[in-house]
Design a binder for this molecule. Structure first.
Ligand code: ATP
Length: 346
């Protein structure tokens, strides 16, 4: 069963079509990321789901229940939805336990709070006040509060943006495991692709008020449905190519692929699909190029290579071997590429 079913959702603010025809299904127990650039409509989607905005058209169901649309507009507190706000919105004058238990029936409050603090790894900290907790701990309090009343759905608004980079990666894993153990369906909004790809079961990529593609992290990254998704997620260089029966020919070789059209094509190549080596040998066509720039990141490197045509391509690899500007290298494609009709064509 779906925890969220959205059909034909529209919301405009004056001339700005913030949400412009969205259909979305999130199965029960899944974590879905709404990922897109600033202004694409993510926050508006979250506010429509939570009940802070009224849709212009379309329907929203949480579980089987219609919460908005078709003349219905349930108040936020009637929707069975928990929220984690960007700034956590904890009550500063209440203790951690009081924050988590806020809104729970008195009789079951104390045992449920203990259970939740245990779940989020904060057992024993119930008497502290939010200001005496780290950012990551505050976030876990917010999460515990959001799932306290066993909602059908939890919405998280940019949940990691308040944390510094080092903390973000570890907290991400914790949040995922807490949501999994609580068995709750979650929808979170982010503009950070690494966050979306690493945390979500499904990623809905939003662009200009619409969902451009929805799929597993591997699908949206590895098989982007549109050129926009391909360039928004990760890095890609574009080389001209020619599609014939079941294959594409371009400067770096000939690959079996069927993009569903014939003729001129743009071949989008991710840096990790490009491998460099010294000398010849190996199988397949190899092209020689010259290293023109190297960016070193510690765990890996991005090497810019000039091809015989004068075009450039980037190769991402582990930090060894070390390439230098001017090195002559052989270039091979050893990963999937994506092929799109050239810009401007239908
Ligand atoms: P960000 O990542 O920057 O928060 P977003 O993807 O969440 O962006 P939204 O905040 O949903 O995007 O905004 C989508 C569009 O709707 C934008 O063009 C924005 O200017 C407009 N918009 C959102 N809320 C309002 C409002 N209350 N009044 C007028 N325009 C609005």
């Amino acid at each position: 069963m779906s925890a969220i079913s959205i059909t034909g959702l529209h919301k405009a603010f004056g001339a700005a079509r913030a949400v412009d025809g969205v259909d979305l299904e999130v199965p029960e127990g899944e974590i879905c990321a709404l990922l897109g650039p600033s202004g694409c409509g993510k926050t508006t989607m979250l506010r429509l789901l939570a009940g802070f905005e009224t849709p212009d058209a379309g329907t929203i169901r949480v579980g089987e229940r219609l919460v908005a649309g078709d003349g219905t507009m349930l108040a936020p507190e009637k929707r069975g939805i928990g929220m984690v706000f960007q700034d956590y919105a904890l009550f500063p004058h209440l203790s951690v336990a009081e924050n988590v238990g806020f809104g729970l029936p008195r009789g079951e409050r104390s045992s449920r709070v203990d259970e939740l603090l245990e779940l989020v790894g904060l057992a024993g900290l119930g008497d502290r006040h939010p200001h005496a907790l780290s950012g990551g701990q505050q976030q876990r309090v917010a999460l515990a509060r959001a799932i306290a009343a066993t909602p059908a759905l939890v919405l998280l608004d940019e949940p990691f943006s308040g944390l510094d980079a080092a903390l973000r990666a570890s907290v991400r894993g914790e949040v995922r495991s807490i949501l999994e153990r609580a068995g709750v369906t979650a929808l979170f909004v982010t503009h950070d692709q690494e966050e979306a790809l690493s945390l979500a079961d499904t990623v809905a990529v939003m662009h200009a008020g619409r969902i451009e593609q929805i799929g597993t992290p591997e699908e949206v990254y590895g098989r982007p449905a549109t050129r926009w998704v391909a360039t928004f997620l990760g890095e890609a260089d574009v080389l001209p190519g020619e599609v014939t029966e079941g294959q594409v020919d371009f400067e770096l070789g000939r690959l079996p692929i069927d993009p569903g059209f014939r003729g001129a094509a743009d071949v989008l190549v991710r840096p990790e699909a490009v491998s460099l080596s010294l000398g010849s040998g190996g199988s397949g066509r190899r092209v020689e190029g010259r290293v023109v720039q190297r960016e070193y990141f510690g765990h890996d490197q991005l090497v810019h290579v000039e091809l015989p045509s004068g075009r450039r391509i980037r190769s991402r690899s582990l930090s060894h071997p070390v390439w230098h500007e001017g090195d002559r290298v052989h270039i091979a494609i050893d990963g999937p590429v994506n092929v799109f009709a050239p810009t401007g064509s239908p």
